[in-house]
Write a protein that binds this ligand. Structure first.
Ligand code: DHB
Ligand code: FE
Length: 266
């Protein structure tokens, strides 16, 4: 017996696909060209690189689904920290680090160190959350995640930190850099065909989780980034745009960023 939800969404998908073909009078050649692109994206996909996800991301699908999930849950836009897409570069089992540690394993040219700190809070009560995990990852100054770049050590610019009873976290990372999504495969080809740029504004990824709370997948974005208004995968939300404040003297960190994460209790 077919699953009722599956039956419903497949019927709807079929209707919309038929309407799309009718409305645009899709020809056999166009249909074949579309299939070729999808087949190529499937062939490019590996464990390291989900080209199909990239392809749907430039169509705004992952961001749309994030938005739907967020509103369906009935979350007020201003209270709990907003979600954003996971993207293709998260890795499980990032190193467990101590508060005050740096996720930077190798100094690369163009690196600007940043001190990032704040608290993990219950969005309803505002109370700090004990033993919350903050999983962070971002690219090097060359715009590449560690697994894309043979010159970076394994698990560079990734780490997991755990709060104490005060809910506080503090760590060192880099001020992030804007970069193109991988542009050498079918997704890049499609962007080119549409005269679209592949850039993502500078961002840092997080998954923040704690027992009894809904895990938060999100990103923060540098307000000063030139691409802040036109992210190629449509993930920017105003409440996730932050200011890296220049820091003077003494410290290796040139920038300071304070950011609190507010989780939704179950
Ligand atoms: C995508 C997301 C990212 O965070 C990233 O760094 C590259 C690509 C994406 O959604 O395709
Ligand atoms: Fe990213």
């Amino acid at each position: 017996k077919a699953n009722p939800r599956l039956r419903k969404v497949m019927a709807s998908l079929t209707t919309h696909l038929h309407d799309f073909c009718r409305e645009n009078e899709i020809t056999v050649d166009e249909y074949m060209a579309g299939l070729d692109l999808i087949i190529a994206a499937g062939k490019w996909s590996t464990e390291q690189r989900n080209e199909m996800l990239l392809m749907t991301d430039i169509l705004g699908l992952e961001s749309l689904i994030d938005e739907i999930t967020y509103t369906l849950a009935g979350e007020a836009a201003d209270a709990p920290t907003a979600t954003a897409i996971l993207g293709p570069f998260w890795r499980k089992d990032a190193p467990k680090l101590k508060m005050g540690d740096s996720i930077v394993k190798k100094d690369m040219e163009g690196s600007d160190h940043a001190s990032m700190h704040g608290r993990i809070l219950d969005s309803e009560t505002g109370k700090p959350i004990n033993n919350a995990e903050i999983d962070i990852w971002h690219t090097g100054p060359n715009g590449l995640y560690e697994q894309q770049d043979p010159d970076q050590p394994d698990m560079n610019l990734r780490g997991r930190f755990f709060t104490g009873p005060d809910g506080e976290y503090n760590l060192y990372c880099l001020k992030p850099t804007s970069y193109p999504i991988p542009n050498d495969g079918p997704a890049g080809k499609l962007l080119g065909l549409l005269d679209r740029h592949p850039m993502r504004p500078a961002h840092i990824h997080f998954i923040v989780s704690a027992e009894g709370y809904k895990p938060l997948t999100t990103q923060i974005f540098d307000r000063k980034d030139e691409h802040i208004g036109n992210d190629s995968v449509f993930a920017v939300k105003e409440s996730l745009v932050v200011d890296f404040v220049p820091k003077d003297g003494g410290s290796k960190a040139k920038f300071d960023l304070r950011y609190d994460f507010k989780l939704i209790g179950y």
